[in-house]
Design a binder for this molecule. Structure first.
Ligand SMILES: *Cc1c(COP(=O)(O)O)cnc(C)c1O
Length: 392
C-alpha cells in the first residue's frame, strides 16, 4: 500500500483521484450544508417528533419517523463517500446495521423468491434466514471465498454479498458476482461494514445496494448504533424507505449527529488503524503459535489478490487462531491495550475469542482482533508480550 494506504486504480471502480478532492478532504466536508452566518458548520441535532405543519401537509419534514434534517445531512455525507459525485444515488440511515439489512431483504423479497446469502457472514444472518424462510422465501447459502455463491445463483431474485466476510476475512469478486447475478435478473447487495466507504465502493463495482452497519469503523468510537443503505435504483430505494417507515427502524437525531461528527475523522482513523493492522498481522505471522492468520492486506493472504483489485483499503480487523481455547483466553486476559469486547472498528483496540458465541464455524482458539488508533509500536509490543505470558 502507498503512504496514505490508498490504491485507487484499475478494478476498484474508482479510477484516478475521485472528483478532485482526496478522501480526507471529502470526509471532513461530507454532507455539510451551505454555510450560514452565525450558524454552526454542522447544524446540531434536530429533536422533533413532529414539525410545525399547518394547512396542507407537504414535505420534506412532517413527522419524525419519516424524515429529520439531521438524517438528511448524514445521508448526504454517506452518499458523498459511497458514491462521490453521483447524485442519482440515494442513501437512507437506520437505527442499526441489522435494521438496514432487514429493510433491504424484507422490502425486496416476496414469498416464492430465492435469496442467496453467504454461509460465513455476520452472525445474525442465520436468524434472518429463518425469518425469510418463515415468509416462504427460499434461501440458499454458499461460502464467500472462491466466489462460491456463483454456483447457486440460478433463479435467484437477490444476491447478498459480505466482503470481506466477518469474521473469516474471505473476499469475493464483487464485479464478477454482480455481473452473473444481473445476467440472471437478480439484485445485488453488498455488506460494506468491514471495508467502510473509504475501503470499498460496492456501487462502483456493480452492486445495486451498498448496506452497512455504521456502528463499526464508520463511526469508530463504539458509542453509536447505526446502519445505512445506499442504492441507485429509485424504485428499489422507495421500497426500502417505505420499509423504514413501516417498521420505524430509525436512528435518533443524537445518534445521527454523533455519527456525522465522527465521519469527519474517518480517513484519519482508517488510515491509522488499517496501517497498524498490517503491522500487527506482520508481527503475528512471525509467531509459531499463531495459525490461520488472515488479513486481506498481507500480500500472501488468500484474499489479497482480489482485495487489491477491488478495495481501496483493507480494514482494521485481523483474525488468527491460537492452539487451544485456554491459550486464547489467557492471551486475551494478558492484553493491556486491547479490551475484551465484541464488535470492531473502534479507536480502542478490541479482541474476542469468537467461539464464545457459538454460531460461527471457527476453531475454539480463533481470535478476532480489531486494531484501534493506539501507537503501532505500543500495540504490537502488548500483543507480543501477551503471547509470551500466555504460553504453556
Ligand atoms: C455488526 C455488523 C452488522 C450488524 O450491525 P448492527 O449495527 O450491530 O446492527 C452487520 N454486518 C456486519 C458485517 C457487521 O459486522
Amino acid at each position: 500500500m502507498s503512504d496514505s494506504a490508498t490504491n485507487y486504480g484499475a478494478g476498484t471502480g474508482v479510477e484516478g483521484s475521485p472528483h478532485g478532492a482526496g478522501d480526507g478532504t471529502r470526509a471532513v466536508r461530507a454532507g455539510l450544508p451551505e454555510p450560514v452566518k452565525h450558524e454552526p458548520t454542522l447544524p446540531g441535532p434536530v429533536f422533533a417528533a413532529h414539525f410545525h405543519l399547518p394547512g396542507e401537509p407537504t414535505g420534506p419534514y412532517t413527522y419524525g419517523r419519516d424524515e429529520n434534517p439531521t438524517w438528511t445531512h448524514l445521508e448526504r455525507a454517506i452518499r458523498e463517500l459511497e458514491a462521490p459525485g453521483q447524485d442519482d444515488v440515494e442513501t437512507l440511515v437506520f437505527a442499526s446495521g441489522m435494521a438496514a439489512i432487514s429493510s433491504v431483504l424484507f422490502s425486496q423479497l416476496r414469498a416464492g423468491d430465492v435469496a442467496v446469502l453467504p454461509d460465513d457472514g455476520y452472525q445474525a444472518l442465520p436468524l434472518v434466514r429463518d425469518q425469510l424462510e418463515a415468509y416462504g422465501i427460499e434461501v440458499r447459502t454458499a461460502p464467500t471465498g472462491g466466489d462460491a455463491q456463483l454456483d447457486v445463483l440460478d433463479g435467484a431474485k437477490l444476491l447478498w454479498i459480505e466482503t470481506p466476510s466477518n469474521p473469516g476475512l474471505d473476499v469475493c469478486d464483487v464485479r464478477r458476482l454482480a455481473e452473473a447475478a444481473h445476467a440472471r435478473g437478480a439484485l445485488v447487495a453488498v455488506d460494506n461494514t468491514l471495508a467502510t466507504p473509504l475501503g470499498q465502493r460496492p456501487l462502483a463495482l456493480g452492486a445495486d445496494f451498498s448496506v452497512a452497519s455504521g456502528t463499526k469503523q464508520l463511526t469508530g468510537h463504539g458509542d453509536v448504533l447505526l446502519g445505512y443503505v445506499a442504492g441507485r435504483d429509485a424504485g428499489a430505494m422507495t421500497a426500502v424507505r417505505r420499509w423504514r417507515k413501516i417498521v420505524g427502524a430509525i436512528p435518533g437525531p443524537m445518534e445521527a449527529w454523533l455519527a456525522h461528527r465522527s465521519i469527519a475523522t474517518l480517513q484519519l482513523r482508517v488510515d491509522r488503524q488499517n496501517a497498524t493492522a498490517l503491522k500487527v498481522a506482520e508481527a503475528l505471522r512471525a509467531r509459531p503459535e499463531v495459525t490461520g492468520l488472515r488479513y486481506p492486506g498481507l500480500p500472501d493472504d488468500p484474499s489479497h489478490k482480489i482485495a487489491s483489485q477491488q478495495m481501496l483499503r483493507y480494514g482494521c480487523v485481523v483474525s488468527f487462531t491460537l492452539p487451544t481455547r485456554a491459550r486464547a483466553d489467557r492471551f486475551l486476559d494478558a492484553l493491556r491495550l486491547v479490551e475484551g469486547a465484541t464488535s470492531f472498528g473502534g479507536v480502542r483496540s478490541t479482541a474476542e475469542r469468537r467461539g464464545r458465541w457459538g454460531g460461527d464455524a471457527v476453531p475454539e482458539g480463533f481470535v478476532r482482533l480489531s486494531v484501534g488508533a493506539e501507537d503501532p509500536a505500543d500495540l504490537v509490543a502488548d500483543l507480543l508480550r501477551a503471547l509470551e505470558e500466555s504460553a504453556d
